[in-house]
Design a protein around this ligand. Structure first.
Ligand SMILES: *Cc1c(COP(=O)(O)O)cnc(C)c1O
Length: 384
């Protein structure tokens, strides 16, 4: 059996490569490479897919979060509540605008913020909450929005891993005040390079983000500047590719759902594996299928160290049998060297610390076959 990668984008290209190549050729021939009709068209279609009134495309998911914070005037002296169990981009931008991330522990079943602990972290300096719908799994947005409203906080949804996921009847990115999306190639809607987008129903914020993404120029005169912006635009080639892929997104997400169901069935009887669980009312889009190896917890965790000997042994045995797995994320953000100055102690956010030793993401992509999954599962059983 060939190597099973964590993600195989070549199969998607085989499916729709011709269509993509044709669209890219048109852009190349058009001479309009940045902005222009291809970007506007994608922005309209993405807004309508998410259900929001505005979409502003930009250069990456990281920039989408950065632009959201800038537009909300969050900066020095402000605190932003978020999860330590996410990719660094979520909090990098909080630090980049001069604000301070405040970490709240997670729920081990969903990997998302533990909402019962959010209120205790709110201070007079708190301005926003950034929930991350991690691995494609939506957080309980109704409960989160109630907490935010009670304390007059804004909610910026980090939807980088959850394009198309729903909480109750709504898509994520259209429930908080601002939604931030990444089109990094491994995300559910991936470009052939970097890309990102912000969604919002607030016209003032939308206009401000439009200006900020293009050097802070005024909408009527791009060489008139009332504030310092950045250069964060989406290329026309990427917009054209994303417009095509958006038409397939629901199908691909449904296929991911079937892959997840099959894993659930194959793995549910193994007592030392905990399966990922979405909250009731949430529809995951399975950017990752992440299990927890509950045997991995015996190791004493050291700040700044990434070790989890049991999990690492399982992982290398899987690799030896041709199965590539990934670890998202081996060291929670509150223990990262870069946040040492914030003074978090080992043991302070115990669930994130334990979970980061236990997690293992199995191969997950829409085209993964049942036969490949059987091989993944039998290799996993052999490795435990
Ligand atoms: C990928 C990712 C980002 C950043 O997106 P980029 O497009 O890579 O900049 C932010 N947050 C989370 C949770 C992500 O997974």
């Amino acid at each position: 059996m060939n190597q099973i990668p964590p993600l195989d984008l070549t199969r998607q290209f085989k499916e729709i490569g011709e269509e993509m190549t044709e669209a890219v050729s048109k852009i190349l021939a058009s001479g309009a490479y940045i902005g222009g009709p291809a970007v506007q068209n994608f922005e309209q279609q993405f807004a309508s897919y998410i259900g929001s009134s505005a979409c502003i495309a930009c250069n990456s998911g990281t920039d989408a979060l950065f632009l959201a914070l800038r537009a909300l005037r969050i900066g020095a002296g402000d605190e932003v509540i978020t999860t330590p169990f996410t990719f660094i981009a979520t909090t990098e931008v909080v630090s980049a605008v001069g604000a301070t991330p405040v970490f709240v522990d997670i729920d081990p079943q969903t990997f998302n913020l533990d909402l019962s602990q959010v209120e205790a972290a709110i201070t007079p300096r708190t301005k926003a909450i950034i929930p991350v719908h991690l691995f494609g799994q939506p957080i309980e947005m109704t409960r989160l929005m109630a907490i935010a409203e009670a304390h007059q906080l804004v909610v910026i949804e980090d939807c980088a891993q959850s394009t198309g996921a729903c909480w109750r009847e709504k898509r994520v990115g259209n429930i908080g005040h601002i939604g931030c999306f990444s089109f990094y190639p491994t995300k559910n809607l991936g470009a052939c390079g970097d890309g990102g987008a912000v969604t919002t129903n607030d016209a003032t914020i939308a206009a401000l983000i439009r200006s900020l993404r293009e050097h802070g120029g005024s909408p009527t005169n791009r060489y008139y500047h009332e504030e310092i912006g950045v250069n964060s635009r989406l290329d026309a080639v990427q917009a054209a590719i994303l417009t095509i892929k958006l038409r397939y997104l629901d199908t691909w997400n449904a296929q991911r759902g079937m892959v997840a169901d099959r894993y659930d069935q194959m793995l549910k009887h193994i007592p030392t594996i905990a399966l990922p669980q979405a909250p009731v009312g949430g529809q995951s889009v399975w950017n990752q299928y992440t299990i927890r190896l509950t045997e991995a917890t015996t190791h004493v965790y050291q700040p700044g160290q990434l070790e989890s000997p049991y999990r690492d042994r399982v992982r290398s045995q899987l690799q030896a049998q041709g199965v590539s797995s990934m670890v998202y994320y081996p060291l929670p953000l509150h223990l990262q060297p870069v946040y040492q100055h914030l003074g978090y102690q080992l043991g302070q956010l115990p669930v994130s610390e334990r979970v980061s030793q236990e997690v293992l993401s199995l191969p997950m992509f829409p085209e993964l076959t049942p036969e490949q999954q059987e091989h993944v599962v039998s290799a996993l059983k052999d490795s435990l």
